[in-house]
Design a protein around this ligand. Structure first.
Ligand SMILES: C[S@@+](CC[C@H](N)C(=O)[O-])C[C@H]1O[C@@H](n2cnc3c(N)ncnc32)[C@H](O)[C@@H]1O
Length: 350
């Protein structure tokens, strides 16, 4: 995980925005003369260019991506690097759309400087993240930005009543901490990583927060008292569809079967592509409906490994000014979906 300071972060964002806008601007990448924010006509011209590139690459890069997948499999890279495994399992068209969507999400988020929020929670989350040793390969950890954690808190608050019980199923993003700083509700964290649960427990003790933690593996049965107990469950699953379904199934089984219960899950619908039907079918089979979808809601700083793998893949298999600028973006984006039980199907209080 690359740990950058706020100044480096800001410069990386500016550089990346400049190289994207340079695609429609022959004056080049001079940061000093960059109008900030970019005029709306520049933004729509850039979005048009990205859409054209997406269509062009979908037909032209197909064969090269298929060869790349064969090479990765022959070298057995997909067995060692889960990012490569996601690459070989994803449909070529969706990989291209995903790359272009990431650039669009980045432009929407950063073309205007985000207001600096001197939020107490953001400072605490940043300091927790600095101490946290990310286990990206074994546990697929990829902590989001503190701003995203703060945004999730605002979203979760919409779904709470004063008595709602909340479960964070996996919490390397420290949502439980940021939430407990602003709401009085009881919060439970379940995570396989003892470092996550220990750090949260310690902070909860210091700050007198109502958080309890359990170190547990969701691939095995959880303690009985967690099932059908929570009004709101929040999770950021592993994005491979099979693992997403595991996280979602466990999350659903911990929800109180009520029309007022909500399951908030991060996901990447573009990367899942056609396989997203599996999630839709799963939801229907549990009597859940999609209550809200927030595209590009989550922002994650790219790890050095992801950045390197993307750069190598781009140079070997795509090689265009547009894909180079897209790959240079310092973040990854994903969506957030809110599910709830379908009242019409299962009655108001189930
Ligand atoms: C799954 S990771 C986020 C993955 C990210 N969305 C991705 O696809 O790269 C979120 C949290 O789940 C935890 N986690 C991973 N596997 C787990 C398991 N089998 N049981 C419980 N928690 C798990 C991690 O430690 C982390 O804190």
């Amino acid at each position: 995980m690359t740990k950058t300071n706020p100044g480096q972060h800001k410069r990386a964002i500016e550089r990346s925005l400049a190289s994207l806008y340079a695609l429609i601007d022959n004056r080049g990448e001079d940061l000093a003369t960059r109008p900030s924010p970019f005029p709306p006509q520049n933004t729509s011209a850039l979005e048009k260019l990205l859409a054209q590139e997406c269509a062009r690459l979908t037909s032209s890069a197909d064969t090269r991506l298929t060869i790349a997948k064969h090479v990765c499999k022959a070298l057995r890279l997909h067995l060692w690097l889960h990012e490569v495994s996601t690459f070989v399992e994803s449909d070529n068209g969706h990989l291209i759309s995903c790359l272009i969507n990431q650039a669009e999400a980045f432009i929407h988020r950063h073309q205007q400087d985000e207001p600096v929020t001197a939020h107490r929670a953001s400072a605490i989350i940043s300091s927790l993240q600095k101490q946290f040793r990310v286990k990206s390969h074994t546990l697929h950890q990829l902590p989001c930005t503190p701003t995203t954690t703060a945004k999730r808190v605002e979203l979760i608050k919409k779904y709470l009543t004063p008595t709602s019980r909340i479960l964070c199923l996996g919490d390397d993003d420290f949502v439980s901490v940021a939430l407990a700083l602003v709401v009085p509700n009881e919060i439970t964290v379940v995570d396989l990583d003892p470092q996550v649960t220990t750090m949260i427990k310690r902070l909860a003790r210091q700050q007198h927060l109502r958080i309890s933690c359990q170190t547990a593996d969701i691939r095995k049965p959880l303690p009985d008292n967690l099932y059908h107990f929570f009004d709101v469950v929040v999770t950021d699953p592993i994005y491979a569809v099979k693992e997403t379904l595991l996280f979602l199934s466990v999350a659903e089984s911990c929800l109180r079967p009520s029309a007022q219960s909500y399951l908030l899950s991060c996901c990447s619908r573009t990367l899942a592509g056609a396989a997203w039907h599996g999630v839709a079918d799963w939801a229907a089979s549990r009597g859940l409906i999609v209550h809200e979808v927030l595209s590009g809601f989550n922002e994650y700083p790219k790890t050095t490994r992801i950045q390197t793998l993307l750069k190598i893949a781009e140079r070997l298999f795509c090689r265009s000014a547009v894909t180079k600028a897209c790959v240079g973006i310092p973040f990854l984006y994903s969506d957030l979906v809110v599910f709830r039980f379908d009242r019409s199907e299962r009655g108001n209080e189930l």
